[in-house]
Design a protein. Structure first.
Length: 371
């Protein structure tokens, strides 16, 4: 741009002083003429940043089937580059093995539920056994005490006392055994309930897998580069994306371009400043807009997490910083992802120097008809 403006300025000097001779060239005039032009060019290059690195960014969603094991595609329901709505079916995977898994795990859940009921019944039986053992223990205790009193009064026999003591010991052991059995049955209930919970989780995961056999559009948009075909084996551990989905631009992403500016005058750019954009796809047109955001970082300033110390920092290349520009007519513009062009941001400094930049932007838009 500097060479173009310099050539135009020199042509103007030649036209005024040599060709048309509108002014007589003198030393003061020559000094002024030789100073204004370069000063204006330097001012416009610095105070009104311009870049030829503008691109329309388009988000791409890689679609990967979320299946725990590989499945075979039975139907591809979408056509490439045809607009679709959110929830429309994209493709389907064979449901048979997943349905079999759901049926098998459903039986496992039913079996686990039966196990819980059996364990709970065992708890009730153990409780009844404790009651019976407790009654026997109390009876044996009373018998032992009665025989002991009779012996003390010399009214009983040694054999009857020994039999009562033995019965008491048996009742005590039976009560201890009943209590232990009750504890075991309670643990069995806890184990059965855990198994039931695991079976239900496995069934829920299997049902989720079954739902994932039908893949739908995550939003409005279209599919491009469609290479998926019926019979392809997809999904499972380490699955790769099988389809590229292009979501429809909405909200703050509509009518927005990204311009990359060098470090020299990047810090002069601020949100809401006036900007102009020229796109190669729209020759002869200059789009006005406003700076949305400036992104004060770049890949050059990023270090990857590692256990090794870096030998050097950065790539050595001059960093460029991204600026998002919202076009005033962006809501109605067709902006293909990857469309390129140039942009200029007009700051509040030396505003008169922005006029030549506007001229260059319009000239570039007309050149797009040819190149």
């Amino acid at each position: 741009m500097m060479w173009i403006l310099s050539g135009i300025y020199c042509f103007g000097l030649w036209l005024v002083f040599a060709k048309l001779k509108l002014l007589r060239l003198s030393l003061p005039i020559a000094i002024v003429a030789g100073s204004i032009g370069p000063a204006l060019i330097v001012a416009l290059l610095f105070y009104h940043p311009r870049t030829t690195n503008v691109v329309v960014i388009q988000q791409v969603v890689p679609l990967t089937p979320q299946l725990t094991r590989a499945g075979r595609v039975t139907k591809v329901a979408v056509q490439p580059n045809v607009p679709i709505r959110k929830g429309d079916v994209l493709f389907e995977v064979d449901r048979t093995p997943y349905e079999n898994t759901v049926a098998r795990l459903t039986d496992s859940v039913n079996e686990a539920e039966g196990g819980v009921k059996v364990a709970q019944s065992a708890v009730q039986v153990a409780a009844a056994s404790i009651q019976r053992a407790q009654a026997d223990f109390e009876f044996a205790t009373n018998q032992r005490d009665r025989q002991q009193k009779l012996m003390d009064a010399s009214a009983g026999s040694e054999a009857q006392l020994d039999q009562a003591v033995a019965s008491y010991a048996q009742a005590t052991a039976a009560l201890d055994q009943a209590n232990t059995t009750s504890q075991q049955t309670e643990l069995s209930v806890a184990v059965a309930q855990t198994q039931l919970g695991q079976a239900r989780i496995a069934l829920a995961e299997a049902k989720y897998d079954l739902e994932q056999t039908t893949v739908v559009a995550p939003s409005d948009g279209f599919v491009t580069n469609l290479q998926l075909r019926e019979g392809a084996l997809i999904g499972g551990p380490g699955a790769q994306p099988v389809m590229s989905f292009i979501p429809e631009r909405k909200g703050s992403d509509l009518g927005v371009v990204v311009a990359m500016f060098g470090q020299r005058n990047y810090l002069l750019i601020k949100p809401k400043q006036y900007a102009e954009v020229v796109l190669d796809a729209y020759p002869g047109q200059v789009f006005t807009g406003r700076v949305m955001t400036t992104i004060d970082t770049s890949g050059t300033g990023q270090l990857q997490a590692s256990g090794d110390l870096p030998d050097e920092i950065g790539s050595g290349k001059a960093s460029a910083f991204a600026v998002r520009i919202a076009l005033d007519d962006g809501q109605s513009l067709r902006l293909p992802g990857g469309a390129v062009g140039s942009a200029a941001v007009y700051t509040d400094h030396v505003q008169v120097a922005g006029i030549p930049v506007m001229f260059v932007m319009r000239m570039e838009s007309w050149i797009n008809y040819v190149f």
